[in-house]
Design a protein around this ligand. Structure first.
Ligand code: UGA
Length: 435
């Protein structure tokens, strides 16, 4: 199979490299000349474990290449994937489809022979119809099927998620389109990943519904965590106790500082907007967004309370800035409202992140960045763990305490045991546990 992947962001690059690894011939296209030149030199613009090696081996095997011009790869392709960005539109929270539509117009002009054009970007329900209309308008004789194939990979675990998916959703009613995408994903049938064929609009909605449901699960357990603290229960045991029920499932029940990232906040906002456009009110999803926003902002107060109620003139050490481990992504990271809140309360903030500090400096230029957790803790009146990087899971607690001015730790990811922290003489706060 010959595949053209339009857009070398997160989804495009991971999907392109994985398709090439299946044995397909893949060309990744991006308008950003600097990015393409860097990729040709073997430099990967994002941090994703294993991606550099995967790209390098497939480039070496001549199954993967990069270009800024989509004409030749689209003309030769059996399937063209649109994996360009769909950011939140400023002002109204709708997904901004400018990049998707301009990609569709350019693809239209370059099509040759039967081709399946597939939207992989997360796009509102009905976008596939518009992509098809644009292509047919621009190139009436094109032999084309437009399908939806949403992506469910997580940053930091993207390659594993791509190669071992729970399911693959392909949205098109066209038999030839189904056959081509069936062939593209055939290597995954070895992993017994169910290939689910649906209509195009259904596939588009599955993506949003999945992300909104996961965001709801997290928000639900976060509220149960707040209640656990008040009634003296342990939210981790509550999560395990309910998660062992197969109808509920154990995953995505980790209480924390609220969800962030490039997907959940953006996609839940977009889903609410899509529903409003169709005169449907998704009250649960709306509540999830509101609860999560308030939660993220409330975390600074939690730190202040743990440190005695007043942060003016005090120093707070922040461990972990990215929205989750194994990424350098700072988009909608809980650390941003947290640090901003701490600064507003008059605290001085020192921070460390294993990978994300360069990105973080763009969002949070006014704080001090430290080379490691111990340097970060030096002289601090409180230390907050915001992201559960593996590097923070086995800190030398005695050394940490010796560095700090006051032994106060707020663990927003519940990675330490209250009894261990007490044994080391820390005042310890976590999420939804009695400490
Ligand atoms: C998410 C989905 O998990 C993917 O399936 C989806 O493909 C992707 O969005 C997307 O739409 O592209 P991602 O944003 O990379 O993936 O990260 P997650 O691991 O889902 O974490 C999202 C946020 O939820 C993070 O801030 C994380 O800390 C938080 N979270 C997650 C919790 O607070 N508790 C949990 O139990 C799980």
């Amino acid at each position: 199979m010959r595949i053209a992947m339009i857009g070398t962001g997160y989804v495009g690059l991971v999907s392109g490299a994985c398709f090439a690894d299946f044995g397909h011939q893949v060309t990744c296209v991006d308008k950003d000349v600097g990015k393409i030149e860097a990729l040709r030199r073997g430099e990967i613009p994002i941090f994703e474990p294993g991606l550099d090696a995967l790209v390098a081996s497939n480039v070496k095997a001549k199954r993967l290449d990069f270009t800024t011009d989509l004409k030749a790869p689209v003309a030769e392709a059996d399937a063209v994937f649109i994996a360009v960005g769909t950011p939140s539109r400023r002002g109204d929270g709708h997904a901004d489809l400018t990049y998707v539509y301009s990609a569709a117009r350019e693809i239209a002009a370059a099509l040759s022979g039967f081709t399946v054009v597939v939207t992989k970007s997360t796009v509102p329900v009905g976008t596939g119809d518009e992509v098809e209309r644009l292509i047919r308008e621009a190139n009436p004789s094109a032999e084309v099927v437009v399908a939806s194939n949403p992506e469910f990979l997580r940053e930091g675990a993207a390659i594993r998620d791509f190669k071992f998916p729970d399911r693959i959703v392909v949205g098109t009613d066209d038999e030839r389109g189904r056959k081509v995408l069936g062939d593209v994903y055939r290597p995954l049938s070895l992993n017994q990943a169910p290939l689910m064929f649906t209509a195009r609009r259904t596939a588009e909605l599955i993506k949003y519904a999945a992300n909104a449901f996961l965001a709801t699960k997290i928000t639900f357990i976060n509220e149960i965590a707040d209640l656990s603290e008040k009634v003296g229960a342990d939210v981790q045991q509550v999560a395990r106790g309910i998660g062992l029920d197969n109808r509920i499932g154990a995953k995505f029940l980790h209480a924390g500082p609220g969800f962030g990232g490039s997907c959940f906040p953006k996609d839940t906002r977009a889903l609410v907007k899509i529903a409003q456009d169709h005169d449907v009110q998704l009250r649960i999803v709306e509540a999830v967004l509101g609860v999560n926003d308030i939660r993220k902002r409330a975390m600074a107060r939690k730190v202040s309370n743990a440190a005695g109620g007043n942060l003016r003139g005090k120093t707070v050490a922040v461990l972990g800035l990215t929205f989750k481990p194994d990424t350098d992504d700072m988009r909608e990271a809980p650390s941003i409202p947290l640090v901003t809140g701490l600064l507003d309360m008059g605290a001085k903030v020192r921070a460390h992140d294993p990978v994300g500090m360069e990105q973080a400096k763009k969002e949070l230029p006014e704080i001090e960045y430290c080379a490691d957790p111990y340097e970060c803790a030096r002289g601090a009146d409180a230390l907050v763990i915001v992201t559960e990087w593996v590097q923070f899971r086995a800190l030398d607690l005695a050394r940490l305490k010796a560095e700090m001015a006051q032994p106060v730790v707020v663990d927003l990811r519940n990675i330490y045991r209250p009894e261990d922290m007490a044994a080391h003489g820390f005042t310890y706060e976590s999420v939804g546990r009695v400490t």
